[in-house]
Write a protein that binds this ligand. Structure first.
Ligand SMILES: Nc1ncnc2c1ncn2[C@@H]1O[C@H](COP(=O)(O)OP(=O)(O)OP(=O)(O)O)[C@@H](O)[C@H]1O
Ligand SMILES: [Mg+2]
Length: 294
């Protein structure tokens, strides 16, 4: 099983769009996929047609120990399940403050679910913050995908993001690796997008080999700006269900194929093995060097 946290504390960089459409793409390819919505905004749930109102079980129930993940996830398409969230999840940050297991609730919940019924992929859509929900995702995941919009400010939050990953790697999950950066909302042919991409490549190449992002790569697929991707959520559909022949569907299909091609390199075994010993210290993330002045 692969478990992927789709993370970037920056808002509006296409975390949800990428989580949903990658999950849907993998499900279409015959993989059993569970998308876990970890954002109290509930956008991932809405994007797949679930408005978590009334008595609908949500991730809040999982974090408060009231329901197992298997009772919260809902099937939304062939091979595709979503564990929905709504604004209730915002309370988790406070409610978990004193809990001894506050960082490992999700890891334990996923382990319990997958013991019962196996999944090929768990995709976690993180909120735009580095709080307890994101830490839970990083503790439960084996891989981190970072959607990034290549504009000047895109790289500025990256050091903090990498530091958080390194911290979680040291303390809670030594198996965690930043494996992929997805360039989203890409303006093909612009100088700026090409420059930022180059900066990013330089930064990754200069990474300490011990750092959890040392082997991160930029996916070849660039997700172009495409209005159909922005419209699809309001129809509660993935891009493949909404407009299957759109540029957005083609791009997310290409990304899906890249992700599937990586399967051969995956280390077998579950990602949720608890960390017994203190992992060797991972390097701190150096600041991302930017060539241009602000
Ligand atoms: N390639 C694209 N082309 C056009 N619009 C896009 C594309 N990707 C995402 N969008 C739109 O950009 C907005 C932000 O995307 P999204 O909600 O996926 O970002 P996010 O990182 O999950 O945001 P948040 O930080 O609030 O969770 C949404 O309105 C989405 O529909
Ligand atoms: Mg989102």
């Amino acid at each position: 099983m692969r478990s992927i946290a789709v993370m970037n504390q920056k808002g509006g960089v296409a975390k949800t769009t990428s989580s949903v459409n990658l999950a849907a793409g993998l499900a279409r390819a015959g993989k059993r996929v569970c998308l876990i919505d970890l954002d109290p905004q509930g956008h991932g749930s809405l994007h797949l047609g679930i408005e978590a109102m009334g008595d609908i079980p949500t991730m809040y129930d999982v974090f408060t120990g009231q329901r197992p993940l298997s009772a919260v996830r809902r099937m939304v398409a062939s091979n595709l399940w979503v564990a929905p969230s709504n604004i209730d999840l915002a309370a988790t940050e406070l409610e978990l403050v004193d809990a001894a297991n506050r960082e490992t609730v999700l890891r334990d919940a996923i382990a319990a679910m997958t013991d019962e019924q196996p999944f090929d992929y768990i995709v976690m859509d993180c909120p735009p913050s580095l709080g307890v929900l994101t830490v839970n995702a990083l503790t439960a995941a084996r891989e981190v995908f970072i959607p990034l919009q290549p504009h000047f400010f895109a790289l500025q939050g990256l050091s903090k993001l990498f530091e958080t990953t390194a911290l979680v790697t040291r303390r809670l999950n030594r198996d965690l690796r930043v494996t992929g950066i997805v360039l989203c909302l890409y303006e093909t042919g612009t100088r700026l997008a090409a420059d930022i991409t180059e900066d990013l490549i330089g930064f990754l190449q200069s990474a300490d080999p011990e750092a959890p992002w040392a082997n991160a790569r930029i996916f070849n697929t660039r997700i172009r700006r495409n209005i159909k991707l922005a419209e699809a959520p309001s129809f509660g559909q993935s891009i493949f269900a909404y407009v299957p022949n759109s540029a957005g569907a083609k791009d997310y299909e290409a990304l899906t194929q890249e992700v599937l091609a990586d399967e051969a390199q995956q280390v077998p075994g579950g990602p949720q093995a608890p960390v017994q010993a203190q992992a060797p210290a991972a390097a701190e993330a150096p600041p991302v060097e930017l060539r241009r002045a602000a």
